[in-house]
Design a protein around this ligand. Structure first.
Ligand code: CP
Ligand code: NVA
Length: 311
């Protein structure tokens, strides 16, 4: 009885941002992800009887399908909700929503714009909350990215990775990953679309090897991995698209820029991609591209995250 009470009152295991974890904890999650990948068809159902709620305030293909399949393959159940279908969309508070859902489900994943909503949900929920993307970060994605890089090129620690283009939410999670996994990250971004100053200051305080340049050639020189993302994120206003695209044009990942990276450099992109914008078709559809392994690895990485959150 006392063990049950203790379990119920223990703080829920949220997965909100990579910086909340030590390098060793993230490494253990990646080992677990690799194990889930190797044993995908084992038939084991460690999450039988558990239910995950997925709440989308923004569109998704990969995050939605990979979480649904992950939960089902682990024996659990899933409820996918759009905030439009919920009272949340009509002004019910996040705290009441957190308290109510905590009585029904065992974990909640939220994709939303404002990071404050995610943190409010985590503050009031008594079940684990998973960050499925906010305008500030996308930690589940980067766990899949590291898994993918390491499958193709071995341990990422000490390697040089280049980020080209918009210094967006995915870039912030990459900055946090550089500190935690000990790789060198060079961001090539235009002045007006550089990475989060807070993330850079945090990385500096952690002693991470993270540098920013406006020269895309310098960013990719010798890099073992080249990463980019859309120039217009879901949180960005399409009204600014012309200005953004003009500033970001020189940062398109082209075969010419890839030729400056290490000869065996891999190309990563969280998808959805826009050929002819942030990446040339010859790169994303070429031999260096590992983007579909990366998409698949969302499934395996999230199984590890779910298994950890659900204890
Ligand atoms: N990479 C990613 O999060 O894709 P979706 O927006 O399709 O979920
Ligand atoms: N930076 C993109 C990632 C999409 C998965 C966005 O926020 O729209």
């Amino acid at each position: 009885m006392s063990a049950v009470i203790e379990l119920r009152s223990a703080a829920p295991r949220h997965f909100l941002d990579l910086k909340d974890f030590s390098g060793a904890e993230l490494r253990a999650l990646l080992d677990s992800a690799a194990q889930f990948k190797r044993t995908r068809r084992s038939g084991k159902k460690p999450l039988a009887g558990r239910t995950l709620a997925l709440i989308f305030e923004k569109p998704s293909t990969r995050t939605r399908v990979s979480f649904e399949v992950a939960m089902r393959e682990l024996g659990g159940d899933v409820i996918t909700l759009s905030s439009r279908d919920m009272q949340l969309g009509r002004g019910e508070s996040i705290s009441d929503t957190a308290n109510v859902l905590s009585r029904y489900v065992d974990a909640i994943m939220l994709r939303t714009g404002a990071a404050a909503k995610l943190h409010e949900l985590a503050k009031h929920a008594s079940v684990p909350i998973i960050n499925g993307l906010t305008e500030l970060s996308h930690p589940c994605q980067i766990m899949a990215d590291i898994l993918t890089f390491e499958e193709h090129r071995g341990p990422i620690g000490g390697q040089a990775i280049a980020w080209l283009g918009d210094g967006n939410n995915v870039a912030t999670s990459f900055i946090e990953a550089a500190a935690r996994f000990g790789f060198s990250l060079r961001l090539g971004c235009p002045e007006a679309h550089g990475p989060s100053r807070d993330a850079l200051a945090w990385a500096k305080a952690q002693g991470a090897d993270v540098t920013v340049t406006t020269d895309p050639r310098a960013a990719v020189a010798g890099a073992r991995g080249v990463v980019t993302d859309t120039w217009l994120s879901m949180a960005d206003s399409p009204d600014d698209a012309a200005e953004r695209f003009a500033a970001l044009g020189p940062y398109q990942v082209t075969p010419q820029l890839m030729a400056l990276a290490a000869p065996d450099a891999v190309f990563l992109h969280c998808l959805p991609a826009h050929r002819g914008e942030e990446v040339a078709a010859a790169v994303i559809d070429g031999p260096a591209s590992v983007v579909f392994d990366e998409a698949e690895n969302r499934l395996h990485a999230q199984k590890a995250i779910l298994a950890w959150c659900l204890g």
